[in-house]
Design a protein around this ligand. Structure first.
Ligand code: ADP
Ligand code: MG
Length: 576
């Protein structure tokens, strides 16, 4: 075929495909336009998950009659004049592509009137072709109505997901923008039913309550104000007691724009390092304000990604803000004798675990990269364990110990889990896991569905000091186990490795080892019900003191609780 310049409709359809992928992208672009127009009210009406209708109405500045057709031209924008402006973008839009793209693939209506004009205009376009333009009476502001999205691009229409999925995406966009613009009143209806509403009061916590429900929203911790002047971080994070099985609730806004960014997620996760059990993730809603010149927002047509001039600086600002907030909130556990104390509450509805937190801020802050080293060293000792003196054992489960500031009850099983876990991981990280050969190799049989799971994790097992080899179709033979785990049953250890990995999250590299280590240490640890001699109790307490994160077991449960001298004095009526 000879080379030809594509006809305009074809070029438009190709371009439209990049900007408008699904109904939610239409909602996003239209809402961004309303926000750019300074609206204080945005009402979104959706039918059939956006396949039939998407309507966005605002009370913003409107479009002048003379410009109404121009607004739909490709690369027509009022937000950018020169390429230079690209580096100082304050608006959400700037590419001048959204309206033309949407109009190219739908039956499109635009009704708009600026406040200072008497009448509005009503423009009708189908599949990119103008049908009519009329003068109409209209309230000031803009209404865009998009019907039958992709009616002229059957291939796209076919690939749309089910209505509930599209609805979910739309809700996600609208709630995110409501959070970023709390002073704007948002209203979203699906098929006539109100699905979300924000008050426009300017209070982000109000919006969070709509999003997460009252209980969870109230537990979210506001980020401690701070920052280095250049980069400001604000927003909310979940306490370590609230977590989920994937990282989908890590939300970031850069200069008011919702973005997806793996390195920002990594910064948050690193700040939680040691506070959450492996394979669990926090919730966060963070607003990052950087000078417009320090961020390139023109990376992708959908504007969902950004590039920072100095991404390390942004990374460490986020990581520091989150970590400092967590440390500030960290309180040593205390027994409250007045109230009915319960260690775990299960939030069934949300499917998320809520544990009463036993926070450990003495995690090795110097973790991984240098970034963490900037963290406030003064707070490091805050929740480390003081020197303890074991007094005895109660219920063949807990060790009673005395410290300088009162009484400690230590869960012998959880404590031993922590000790074994840190030793195993330390040996692994040093690259010298010590194996202890079994007197007799043990053969373990798996089902056909389990065997591949084990196969995948053989390397991780080897790195922890296990020597395991395939032995027949679905059988494996254990020749050695990590020396630290002396009394562990090789068979039980191997079986725990193929148990479900949490949720739908692909573990990060390195996480697999940690998850396996946590599981086998649970199997190898001293059990509840085991009588310990005073010497054994003392050794356990001493080993726990030496841990980097002595206050929680590798699964996030507390290893100890504290009864302060003051609390005792209150109880005995010696204090006010
Ligand atoms: P961009 O937002 O990148 O400028 P769009 O295609 O989304 O491009 O919109 C084109 C232009 O139409 C905008 O620059 C703006 O001037 C105008 N416009 C679009 N939507 C609205 C609205 N809701 N209120 C006022 N003006 C609007
Ligand atoms: Mg736009």
């Amino acid at each position: 075929m000879p080379i030809k310049v594509l006809p305009d409709e074809v070029a438009s359809a190709i371009a439209a495909g990049e900007v408008i992928e699904r109904p939610a992208s239409v909602v996003k672009e239209l809402v961004e336009n309303s926000l750019d127009a300074g609206a204080s009210r945005v009402a979104i009406k959706v039918e059939a998950g956006g396949k039939h209708l998407i309507e966005v109405a605002d009370d913003g500045q409107g479009i002048a009659a003379a410009e109404i057709e121009l607004a739909l031209a490709r690369h027509a924008t009022s937000k950018l004049q020169s390429a230079q402006d690209l580096f100082a973008i304050e608006s959400l839009g700037f590419r001048g592509e959204a309206l033309s793209s949407i109009a190219a693939v739908s039956r499109f209506e635009l009704i708009s009137r600026p406040q200072d004009q008497e009448s509005g205009r009503h423009l009708l376009v189908e599949g990119g072709a103008k049908q009519s333009l009329e003068k109409v009476g209209a309230p000031s502001g803009t209404v865009v109505r998009v019907q039958d999205l992709f009616f002229n691009v059957p291939a796209r229409r076919k690939f749309l997901k089910t209505e509930p999925t599209e609805r979910r995406w739309i809700n996600e966009y609208v709630t995110r923008y409501a959070l970023a613009y709390p002073q704007v009143r948002f209203q979203l209806t699906h098929d006539g039913d109100r699905s979300f509403q924000s008050a426009g009061s300017g209070d982000r916590l109000e919006v969070l309550k709509e999003m997460f429900g009252l209980e969870k929203a109230q537990q979210m911790i506001p980020i401690t104000p701070g920052g280095d002047g250049e980069i400001e971080v604000s927003g909310f994070i979940s306490p370590p007691a609230i977590h989920r099985s994937n990282r989908k609730e890590l939300t970031f806004f850069v200069n008011g724009r919702w973005v997806q960014d793996a390195s920002l997620s990594a910064a948050v996760l690193q700040a939680y390092h040691g506070l959450l059990m492996v394979g669990r993730y926090p919730y966060s809603v963070l607003f990052i304000q950087v000078p417009a010149a320090a961020v390139d927002v023109n990376v992708h047509p959908a504007k969902a990604e950004v590039r920072f001039e100095d991404s390390r600086q942004v990374f460490s600002a986020v990581q520091r803000a989150v970590r400092a907030t967590l440390l500030r909130e960290a309180k040593p556990p205390e027994i409250n004798l007045e109230s009915n104390w319960s260690p775990t509450i299960s939030d069934q509805a949300g499917g998320d675990q809520i544990n009463i937190a036993w926070w450990d801020s003495n995690e090795r802050l110097e973790a991984k990269a240098g970034e963490a080293a900037e963290l406030i060293p003064a707070q490091r000792s805050m929740s480390s364990v003081p020197l303890l003196r074991s007094v005895g054992q109660v219920g063949t489960a807990y060790i009673v110990a005395e410290g300088p500031d009162g009484l400690y009850l230590i869960d012998q099983h959880a404590a031993h889990e922590r000790i074994l876990f840190e030793r195993l991981m330390a040996a692994h990280e040093a690259g010298e896991p010590e194996s202890q050969a079994l007197l007799e190799a043990v053969t373990v049989e798996f089902t056909p569905s389990e065997a591949p799971l084990l196969e995948e994790r053989l390397t991780a097992l080897a790195q922890l000091g296990f020597k395991v080899e395939a032995f027949g179709r679905h059988s494996y033979r254990v020749r050695a186990i990590p020396a630290i785990l002396g009394g562990l049953s090789p068979e039980r250890a191997l079986r725990t490795v193929v148990e479900d990995f949490e949720g739908d999250e692909e573990p990060l590299s390195g996480e697999v080892e940690a998850i396996i280590a946590a599981r086998v240490c649970k199997r190898a640890a001293i059990k509840t019900g085991q009588v310990l001699s005073l010497e054994e109790q003392r050794r356990l307490v001493r080993d726990l003191e030496a841990c980097r994160s002595p206050r929680t077991c590798p699964h996030g449960r507390p290893t100890m609780i504290h009864l302060s001298v003051e609390a005792l004095e209150r109880q005995f009526g010696r204090r006010g």
